[in-house]
Design a protein around this ligand. Structure first.
Ligand SMILES: [Zn+2]
Length: 453
């Protein structure tokens, strides 16, 4: 197998061979959540996609060779507004939402990143970077604000393919009398009363949002590193501004080499938006569906493509996992996955291609030996599936049903009595009631067995 990894690079918009800066020291930074409200399934997609990229990189370059940094934005206008709305303090809110976010990650079976820095713990480094940008002539201060002067950076717009005229014509730039040019973006601003604030050379205030990722990626990965990831929606202005800040404050004038972006999620072909009332939170699924089903659904289309979320998708993934668990065996030792099966993952993280291979391995395992089952389960484990024992999987299925084991056995007894009394109508009714609750009964050799369908 060709062991080269290829990735679609948004910078330049083409698929490229991945060549690390240093083979055994790969750095990946992914923009993390703003902890003002619980994560929705749109937020869940990059979590799972970059979790799998992390696994693939570790598989190719070695477990200890990859550093994955994902930040927590715990300082933002949305957080301030949400704390007012919810009538709780900002630290209380961010602590609670961060905990929920970690629960969501566990539910989706995502590995912890190597580092998870918080914005509020890195303010002094942000002040340092602003000073550097002022010294280098890319930023200016006005009226307790500091702005990045976009027209000083000739590569601005390279990632998003936008030129300055497009930007100015667009409505996305914030108008302010403090700015030299409308496209300039804020690095530091004064805080209002009761808003979090820090002392700085430009008065008490707080940093602009984009700054934290430039600072925290540099802190853990250096001025230049390999992969920067996130959702497509972050390309402009967030990632464009990150590049401007990082490149213009560093001496070697580079930043991330590969920009990897995942596509959007739609809900039954509608855009997911607060105004549409169709925001699906990860938490909403927890009591109903096993996290593995959600995980499989989130990787159902290629990470760069849009993904439509609907009931059919969930049912299809539930059924796939039900079947796959038929071949479940407890894998205790490390089993190498045949390389020809891994190859789609090396080709721009083609997860659907890999899932097609999992189906092939499943078919083989059904007719095959214990070893074939071990290979199949290991291959599922590699992308974070079939990680629970069969009992745990069935347990979750049970808990999602409104029926206990005792109730099932009572119903079966009742049905057997009805059959003894030749009341077949009643017996069929009980059988169908159980079927409605997802319980299938089978009569063999005078005994009645049951299983979840
Ligand atoms: Zn970011």
């Amino acid at each position: 197998m060709n062991k080269d990894i290829f990735l679609s690079n948004s910078l330049g918009n083409k698929k490229e061979k991945f060549v690390p800066i240093v083979e055994n020291k790969i750095g990946m930074y992914v923009c993390g959540p703003t902890v003002y409200d619980d994560a929705h399934i749109g937020n869940a997609r990059p979590l799972v996609v970059f979790d799998i990229l992390f696994k693939v990189l570790k598989c190719r370059f070695g477990n200890k060779s990859v550093t994955y940094v994902r930040n927590i934005t715990d300082l933002d206008d949305k957080i301030i507004n949400s704390s007012i709305e919810k009538k709780i303090s900002i630290p209380e809110l961010t602590k609670k939402i961060t905990k929920n976010f970690h629960d969501d990650c566990m539910y989706l079976n995502c590995e912890k990143p190597s580092y998870e820095p918080k914005a509020t713990e890195n303010i002094s480094l942000m002040i340092d970077m602003i000073n550097q940008l002022l010294d280098n002539g890319y930023a200016y201060e006005n009226n307790n604000h500091v702005y990045f002067q976009v027209n000083k950076f000739k590569d601005y717009g390279k990632l998003s393919n936008k030129n300055l005229d497009d930007l100015i014509a667009g409505s996305r730039v914030e108008i302010s009398k403090n700015k030299k040019n409308p496209e300039d973006f804020v690095l530091w601003k004064p805080s209002k009363e009761n808003e979090p604030s820090w002392e700085s050379p430009w008065g008490k205030g707080r940093p602009g949002w984009h700054l934290e990722c430039s600072v925290m990626s540099k802190k853990y990965l250096g001025d230049k590193f390999d992969i920067h990831g996130g959702g497509r929606d972050l390309i402009f202005p967030h990632h464009e501004n990150e590049i401007a800040q990082s490149v213009c404050s560093s001496e070697n004038h580079t930043f991330a080499n590969y920009w990897v972006h995942n596509g959007f999620i739609t809900i039954s072909n509608e855009k997911m938006a607060k105004s549409q009332g169709n925001i699906l939170k990860i938490n909403d699924f927890k009591n109903k569906i096993n996290g593995q089903v959600l995980r499989l659904a989130l990787i159902n289309s290629h990470y760069r493509q849009p993904l439509d979320w609907n009931d059919d998708l969930i049912n299809q993934c539930q059924n796939t996992l039900n079947r796959w668990y038929e071949s479940f065996v407890d894998v205790k030792k490390t089993i190498l996955i045949p390389e020809e099966y891994l190859s789609p993952l090396y080709d721009d993280l083609n997860i659907p291609g890999y899932i097609a291979n999992l189906h092939k391995l499943f078919e083989k395992s059904q007719k095959g030996t214990f070893k074939d089952k071990e290979i199949f389960v290991s291959a599922c484990n590699f992308i974070g599936l079939l990680n629970q024992s069969k009992d745990d999987w069935l347990q979750h299925k049970k808990s999602k049903l409104d029926i206990s084991e005792k109730e099932i056995l009572d119903k079966i007894n009742e049905r057997n009595k009805a059959r003894d009394n030749k009341n077949y109508k009643r017996a069929d009714k009980i059988r169908n009631e159980l079927l409605d609750k997802g319980v299938l009964i089978e009569d063999t050799d005078g005994k009645t067995n049951w299983k979840f369908k």
